[in-house]
Design a protein around this ligand. Sequence first.
Ligand code: BGP
Length: 473
Amino acid sequence: MSKFPSDFLWGGATAANQCEGAYAEGGRGLSNVDLIPSGENRFAVASGQMHPQSLTDACYPSRKAIDMYHHYQEDIALFAEMGFKTYRFSICWSRIFPGGDEECPNEEGLQFYENVVNECLKYGITPLVTISHFDVPLHLIETCGSWRNRKMIGFYLNLCRTLFTRLKGKVKYWLTFNEINMILHMPYMAAGLTFTEGEDKKNTCYAAAHHELIASALAVQLAHEIDPDNKVGCMLAAGNAYPYSCHPADVMESIRMDHENYFFSDVQARGYYPSYALKQIEREGIRLPVLDKDEEILRNGTVDFISFSYYNSMVASGDPKLQATAKGNIFASIENPYLESSEWGWQIDPLGLRITLNSLYDRYQKPLFIVENGLGAVDRLENGAVEDDYRIDYLREHIQAMKDAVLLDGVNLLGYTTWGCIDLVSASSGEMKKRYGFVYVDADEQCEGTLKRYRKKSFDWYKQVIASNGEIL
Ligand code: BGP
């Protein structure tokens, strides 16, 4: 094969909580993400160190975001103009089940997502739906403590059944949980977990993760039952850990760091907890709330493909004196002297994408899907134009690395969706000025502005990449 397959899914990705806005419209209930402020307290709230309701006077830009709730037709038309083959978006759980525990869905919310799907199909765009992208109804957090409680599995499956049934024949590609490994780092943002004084946070996070893994496995089975054509994937925040040197202690530490990430995808792809995870659980005294039937559930609910986000690689050292000073997608790491960094300090490593693709494919031998990759940068709108050559350079190099992985290494890759194909609110910082899009949105840090959409220079560039099926970069 010397070319990308003709059905390769080029496209872009967004998440409800970062673009939809309209947080109190259409019968929508409140979500964890509505209570994560921008500014200095964001990390403390998202990571569960500060209770979200203890804040007064905070700013919550994502409640308004870029108002995609009202602009989705215009936005999808722009994606179609670029030639998108797929559009990845997520479901706001509390739009469909405002409290999370209702038996019947809120029709207005469900219809909204069906409209989004119909709009995609109108242009021949294949929808790729993330069922849960950092999204938990607030009512479930308050009444049952979110994912620490096994009852969440039933509520989540109710959402899945509703979606699989209503969108049957229209949506084929599903992701169960965005960046499932983020639960260990951002437990409130990723899974709605808050903690009481003295609580064993680690234990709670792993217990919640177990419930998500069971929910994911049951969702896979349900999706296949409702429509055998459904393809369900897991989603992890990926990026290999490189040994700082060839010192064996550094190599061993890189394996340990990689294990931390693979922990979840290993379960979802293989159907059982890997041996290193079982040993870690035992060593650290973690009490997983495993029921007898869980083994079988995991075994029968393995995913059809592995999707992941890739922003950066990491560096591992066995020397505890080396400080993790480089930033990245949540995970801090030792700085890699061979790499440059983005304005937000995330190290840029295109070859790392090829390395990650190879590692994941070697490990699982299942189709892969890159569902997030991109450069967050400050853009300047001048005379209606944005000259974002830096973004084009970043994407060109990453796409070249992806091409090498597919064409030279034989990795089976379903598609590539860039992150934030239209500017949206940043997950880690809550900023609007950290932009990833091909489409510029006129909105300030409070998400105030005309919300007018502008095509950036990268818009035409990506259009040409897709039209040439990756030949012209
Ligand atoms: C991932 C999330 C996305 C997204 C992206 C970029 O972790 O899945 O929601 O936002 O990272 O990160 P940020 O917005 O922090 O720049």
